[in-house]
Design a protein. Structure first.
Length: 169
C-alpha cells in the first residue's frame, strides 16, 4: 500500500479511536476534561513524523515532504468526516445538546449574564450541526497536517545524495 495512503488511514483511525474514547468516557461533557480532545494534534504529529520518515527514505525533498504530509492528512480527513457523522448522529445523538449544556454551565460559573451567554450560544449554533462539525474537523485536520508537515519536514529529510553532490565511488 502507498505510504501516503497507509499513513493517512492510520492517522484517521487513531484520531477517531481517540475521539470515541473521549465520547465513551464522557470527557466531552466535563469542562475539566474536554480539552483532552486536542491530543489528536499529538497523534497527528506522531503519525506524520512516522509517515514523513517513510517518504524521506523514498527520496522526497522538503516540498515533496510537505505535500506528502498534507496528503496524509487529507486521507485522514475523509475518515474524520465519516467518524464524526457517525459519532454525532448515531453513537452520541445528544452530543450537541450536551455540549451546549456544558458550555452554558461554564459561562454561568464565569459570572456571565444571561444575555452574554445567549450571545455566545447563538454564535456557536452554526457549528452544532453534524455535517458542519464533520467538515470543520476535516478541514482542521488538513490545515494542521500542512502546518505540522512544514515543521516536521525541516527535520525529516531524505538522506539520499543530491544531484549537485554527485555520486561517490
Amino acid at each position: 500500500m502507498n505510504t501516503i495512503v497507509k499513513a493517512g488511514l492510520i492517522l484517521g483511525i487513531l484520531c477517531e479511536v481517540w475521539t470515541y474514547l473521549i465520547g465513551f468516557t464522557g470527557w466531552y461533557k466535563d469542562p475539566a476534561m474536554v480539552n483532552l480532545f486536542y491530543v489528536v494534534i499529538l497523534i497527528q504529529a506522531g503519525v506524520l513524523i512516522w509517515g514523513l520518515q517513510q517518504t524521506a527514505a523514498q527520496g522526497r525533498k522538503y516540498g515533496a515532504q510537505v505535500g506528502a504530509g498534507t496528503l496524509m492528512s487529507a486521507v485522514a480527513a475523509v475518515i474524520v468526516i465519516a467518524g464524526s457523522l457517525l459519532f454525532t448522529t448515531v453513537v452520541f445523538p445528544d452530543y450537541f445538546s450536551e455540549i451546549a449544556a456544558m458550555t452554558e454551565s461554564m459561562l454561568t460559573d464565569k459570572g456571565m449574564s444571561g444575555e452574554e451567554i445567549q450571545q455566545v450560544m447563538d454564535a456557536q449554533a452554526a457549528f452544532t450541526n453534524p455535517m458542519v462539525n464533520a467538515i470543520t474537523g476535516a478541514v482542521m485536520t488538513i490545515i494542521t497536517g500542512c502546518v505540522l508537515s512544514l515543521i516536521i519536514a525541516i527535520f525529516v529529510r531524505s538522506k539520499a545524495p543530491s544531484a549537485s553532490q554527485g555520486a561517490t565511488a
